[in-house]
Design a protein around this ligand. Structure first.
Ligand code: NAD
Ligand code: TYD
Length: 345
């Protein structure tokens, strides 16, 4: 099987490439990635010499390049490429519209032209919008995205479904809940909190900290994606959730207790604009259709993730001391002087 992975140098894409190479001996993977601030070839250092793997630097918005690649003949394209951070989309939505919407349309059109038998879009539960204290989203729940990030992903989902209905394009959408695990860029809440705690810095908790996310280990997500790639049905949407809702404040406390650090490191900061209160996914469809269920409990997965970041300090230190530093300072100010910062905890 020849697979074109787009956005494979980021968090989930790099884990997926490693998973597919390990579980599908006959697969060949080309990874097309623009290497934005979030793309990092270090994430794939252990497999870069595998003869079944090739990296190409470029954008999914580059129609000439995408068409040239697809001329080689692929059995599937799986798209991870995206601007993926909600807070950045609130600061500047432009690249979100470009990559997440136009980039996806560019891929769709190229797949149609070259008759690629399968195109998979890695989407998100955020397209459904926010939930109250109970209930969950199913695959045909209405799309009510709130952040510019979520809106750009919803727009891409709608384009994909339109290509299925209009042209019969063999597309599949997966919508997963919040992922965590190795190689996640430390702007997302779990790796941000772990690396801050490791550095003795405070953990910036938005608002009251009672916002709820459904957590899914990236390995469970990759297993689900591989199953959908093999046995998913064209034109369908599959939710991939962890069945594991946690309030942000509880996640922060669990990280601190795992590291033997005090809760006083938690600092309540200004809330995110338009902050979605709660996400939760119904996953009966993928469980019944493909026999998938998440296997890694949050407590085990989080503990392993904390240990991974402890053991990979050079990886995240390079990121935090590089370009990311400026964004981080602008967003949070200086979090290093913990003892002098008032904490409401
Ligand atoms: P990430 O930000 O870690 O990685 C994104 C990757 O896409 C990077 O390697 C980046 O260089 C690349 N990229 C960005 N723009 C590109 C372009 N124009 N052309 C080619 N490559 C480009 O993101 P992630 O967390 O790995 O998420 C991967 C996908 O999964 C995204 O589509 C995201 O919307 C979706 N998703 C993520 C989560 C999560 O919790 N992280 C949950 C649900 C869905
Ligand atoms: P995030 O990891 O950005 O994922 P998403 O917004 O896609 O769910 O945020 C997860 C939750 O953590 C969300 O409710 C916002 C909150 N959060 C904080 O409290 N502090 C932070 O510094 C960040 C980045 C997020």
């Amino acid at each position: 099987m020849r697979v074109l992975v787009t956005g494979g140098a980021g968090f989930i894409g790099s884990n997926f490439i490693r998973h597919l190479l390990a579980t599908e001996p006959a697969c060949h993977i080309v990874n097309l990635d623009k290497l934005t601030y979030a793309g990092n070839l270090e994430n794939l250092a252990d497999i870069e010499r595998d003869p079944r793997y090739r990296f190409i630097k470029g954008s999914i918005c580059d129609a000439l390049l995408v068409n040239e690649l697809l001329r080689d003949g692929f059995d599937a394209l799986i798209n991870f490429a995206a601007e993926s951070h909600v807070d950045r989309s609130i600061q500047d939505a432009r690249t979100f519209a470009e990559t997440n919407v136009l980039g996806t349309q560019t891929i769709l059109e190229a797949c149609r032209r070259h008759q690629v038998p399968r195109m998979m879009q890695v989407s998100t539960d955020e397209v459904y919008g926010s939930l109250g204290p109970s209930g969950h989203f199913v695959e045909d729940s209405p799309l009510r995205p709130n952040s510019p990030y979520a809106a750009s992903k919803a727009a891409a989902d709608l384009l994909i479904l339109a290509y299925f209905r209009t042209y019969g394009s063999p597309v599949i959408i997966t919508r997963s809940s919040n992922n965590y695990g190795p190689y996640q860029f430390p702007e997302k809440v779990i790796p941000l909190f772990i690396t801050n705690a490791l550095a003795g810095e405070s953990l910036p908790l938005y608002g009251d900290g009672l916002y709820v996310r459904d957590w899914l280990h990236v390995q469970d997500h990759c297993e689900a994606l591989a199953l959908v790639l093999k046995d998913g049905v064209a034109g369908e949407v599959y939710n991939i959730g962890g069945n594991c809702e946690r309030a942000n404040i509880d996640v922060a406390r669990l990280i601190l207790s795992t590291l033997g650090k005090p809760d006083t490191l938690i600092r309540h900061v200004k809330d995110r604009l338009g902050h979605d209160r709660r996400y939760a996914l119904g996953t009966a469809k993928i469980e019944q259709a493909l026999g998938w269920k998440p296997r890694i409990s949050f407590e085990t997965g989080l503990q392993e993730t904390v240990r991974w970041y402890e053991g990979h300090a050079p990886w995240w230190t390079r990121i935090k001391e590089g370009q990311y530093r400026e964004y981080y300072r602008e967003t949070y100010g200086d979090l290093s002087q913990v003892s002098r910062q008032p904490s409401v905890m």
